[in-house]
Design a protein around this ligand. Structure first.
Ligand code: FES
Ligand code: FES
Length: 190
């Protein structure tokens, strides 16, 4: 990892390249800057939200190499070389991601503050389920197929809090997105 150091006004900065939503961004950053602050304050990618800034609420969730992380707990300099996907890049251009579409259809938000994190987290979570990762409520920890029922969704999404308590609609939205994904996969393998 090639980093150049610059000292301006007694603050050391590093030249950092972040690969976000398919594009490279070069930034001069204090090495203490989190990925969340780099996104929001330096790149105007304000879809990722700052709720707690302590890894407790999930509002800042993004995907790093396909896995969900709390961007408030990641240092931007440590994310060089990774594929970062934020809510701004989760769809394909103008086409919404199926999880985004399902959130709209199920009215799965009120104020919407937690929603970008909920959606990024759900996308990462569905991949974990497909990969056969069990959760603490999975009955069979060795099963290859996970039945993504409400308990599984609630447990797996428990790191994403919604202060409006829109869970009653978030869970059905994720259920529908998961079912659609299964149907699409089956059709693709016919
Ligand atoms: S802002 Fe990152 S978990 Fe709350
Ligand atoms: S919709 Fe308001 S915090 Fe979740």
């Amino acid at each position: 990892m090639a980093l150049s150091t610059n000292t301006t006004h007694h603050t050391q900065t590093l030249t950092v390249t972040l690969h976000i939503n398919g594009k490279d961004y070069n930034l001069e950053l204090d090495p203490r800057v989190t990925l969340l602050d780099a996104l929001r304050e330096h790149l105007a990618l304000s879809g990722s939200k700052k709720g707690c800034d302590h890894g407790q609420c999930g509002a800042c969730t993004v995907l790093l190499n396909g896995r969900r992380i709390n961007s408030c707990l990641a240092l931007a300099v440590a994310c060089q070389g990774a594929e970062i996907v934020t809510i701004e890049g989760i769809g394909e251009g103008e086409k919404l991601h199926p999880v985004q579409q399902a959130f709209i259809e199920h009215d799965a938000f009120q104020c919407g503050y937690c929603t970008p994190g909920q959606i990024c987290s759900a996308v990462g979570m569905l991949r974990e389920v497909e990969a056969g990762w069990p959760s603490v409520v999975s009955a069979d920890l060795t099963a290859h197929h996970i039945d993504l029922d409400e308990d599984e969704i609630r447990e797996r999404m428990s790191g994403n809090l919604c202060r409006c308590a829109a869970y009653a609609n978030i869970v059905p939205a994720i259920t529908e997105a998961a079912q659609q994904r299964q149907t699409t996969d089956k059709e693709a393998h016919r």
